[in-house]
Design a protein around this ligand. Structure first.
Ligand SMILES: [Zn+2]
Length: 492
């Protein structure tokens, strides 16, 4: 029986956010080791769920090592990286394996490594040598690097955004591993790059033009060109200042690097040629709320794009809440990460009236706090089960910490102790909030929330140009490490 190490280290690092991603942040989101991984991730909508299902089906022994999925934020600490990578190496020290299968994001930056995943792959490659296959998945927002291609045999990348194919990609990667171990294929992967920064909240969805044509061509290559195993564009993650930032394409073929390079170049050129079509002008917060009030297709979901938690922000920005109250919006739902307000509301108790200064405490870009007086309606410990019909992470427990729902007339503000990315509608429903009941909901996200917030929950979207570390306007950032020239920082 063949034996495969499985592990996971998923982090999208916003290098403009000074808040480090430390071990505590890892623990809040579930840092798992050994058999715990099988217990907590079997039958879930995650890559690990897909790995487990397919490896068991193929009769391959699973050697679970470590699993970490901290929320995006600033640089990952060296201690946190060493804990997970150290566990991978310990597992390899203890157990002889025939393959290594990893779920990694591809946009992790640590205190010492600009290319976190390249470093993980290189360290494992040095440990296991050239003969043990290393295969992995990546997020659609991976910053592809040469070090990743040099140290992996094959890779596959999410094809959806919102990322609803995590488990499917896990099954795909595990199937590639099984075929490799059986001697059916001898995979090789090539990565190419182009100097282009794109990302949410712009016009970048893979199921819409112009990206759709490129994704369709990738599927066509896999179906029609003999030897192409996986043809995968990656959009990268705009808000990080690292040398290799920018779009890339990874193509895995059956022992044919020339073919892989040719296909990757074709797809990368297709993306680069469309560079001007990805960018769109967005309304500022005041204009956003005016547009939402005038919408003839409510309920409206508003993307607080500068405070996109999935893009590594604090989640306590008040720009939209301020406008909602200033413009006298009748019904709205606004979540804010503010542990102090959550505690004060909980101490006051359900049914009491509280006056609080909410949000705007993490950084001047996200403030100032907004003074509210409202009624505490619900208090929870913030634990909830993500449902498969509600968006990402089906079957996985979510954790927003001690949380309180406060109603200011019919404007509902939910203050949470931990940040929660609105990727699954259960974050709202678990505290008694049904966004379909409000004229507008603020989503602290870029585009990923659209699987959770779709008809009948909301009927339309507005992307707002709010301030913050995930701002849609790259002119707000100072890049020093990134290779120049690159569009749109440079007019190429
Ligand atoms: Zn992503």
């Amino acid at each position: 029986m063949k034996r495969v190490l499985v592990g996971s280290m998923l982090h999208e690092t916003n290098t403009f956010n000074p808040m480090l991603t430390d071990l505590e942040e890892f623990r809040i989101r579930g840092l798992l080791f050994g058999d715990e991984i099988l217990e907590k991730r079997r039958n879930t909508g995650t890559e690990m769920g897909g790995f487990i299902e397919t490896l068991e089906e193929k009769n391959i022994e699973i050697v679970p090592s470590a699993h970490a999925c901290p929320l995006p934020a600033g640089l990952v600490t060296t201690e946190a990286l060493d804990t997970v990578l150290g566990a991978f190496i310990d597992t390899l020290d203890r157990t002889q394996v025939d393959g290594v299968l990893l779920a990694i994001h591809g946009a992790m930056v640590t205190q010492e490594q600009d290319d976190g995943e390249g470093y993980i792959l290189k360290t494992i490659r040095e440990k296991v040598g050239q003969d043990i296959p290393i295969i992995h998945t990546l997020d659609f927002h991976a910053t592809l690097t040469p070090m990743m291609a040099e140290n992996a045999d094959a890779m596959t990348i999410y094809r959806t955004y919102p990322h609803m194919d995590m488990a499917e990609r896990g099954r795909e990667a595990a199937a590639m591993m099984a075929r490799t171990l059986n001697g059916e294929i001898n995979p090789v992967v090539v990565i190419v790059k182009r100097p282009l920064l794109i990302g949410p909240p712009h016009n970048v969805l893979p199921h819409d033009m112009p990206m759709k044509r490129i994704m369709d061509r990738a599927r066509e290559m896999e179906a029609e060109i003999p030897g192409v195993i996986a043809a995968c564009p990656a959009q990268g993650f705009m808000q990080q200042d690292v040398p290799y930032n920018g779009i890339g394409v990874a193509v895995t073929t059956d022992n044919n690097p020339e073919l892989a390079k040719k296909c990757a170049d074709e797809l990368a050129d297709m993306i680069f040629d469309k560079r001007k079509e990805f960018y769109v002008e967005l309304p500022d917060p005041a204009e956003t709320i005016r547009l939402a009030l005038k919408s003839d297709n409510p309920p409206v979901a508003i993307a607080d794009s500068g405070d996109n938690i999935g893009g590594g922000t604090p989640g306590d920005g008040t720009a939209l809440l301020h406008e909602i109250l200033r413009q006298g919006v009748d019904t709205a739902y606004v979540p804010i990460c503010d542990p102090e307000s959550a505690r004060l509301a909980a101490e006051a108790g359900v049914g009491s009236t509280v006056t609080l200064e909410v949000g705007g405490k993490s950084h001047s870009l996200y403030g100032p706090p907004v003074k509210i007086t409202g009624k505490v309606r619900t208090i929870t410990d913030g634990l909830f089960l993500n449902r498969s019909w509600g968006g990402y992470w089906g079957g996985v427990i979510g954790n927003m910490g001690l949380s309180a729902r406060i109603d200011v007339d019919r404007v509902t503000i939910v203050v949470t102790s931990y940040r929660i990315s609105p990727d699954n509608i259960m974050h709202a429903k678990s505290i008694g909030v049904y966004p379909e009941d409000y004229r507008m909901s603020v989503c602290k996200g870029g585009l990923a929330f659209r699987e959770a917030y779709k008809t009948p929950v909301v009927n339309s979207y507005i992307q707002s140009d709010t301030p913050g570390f995930a701002s849609s306007n790259l002119k707000n950032f100072t890049f020093t490490k990134i290779k120049r020239p690159i569009y749109p920082l440079d007019d190429i």
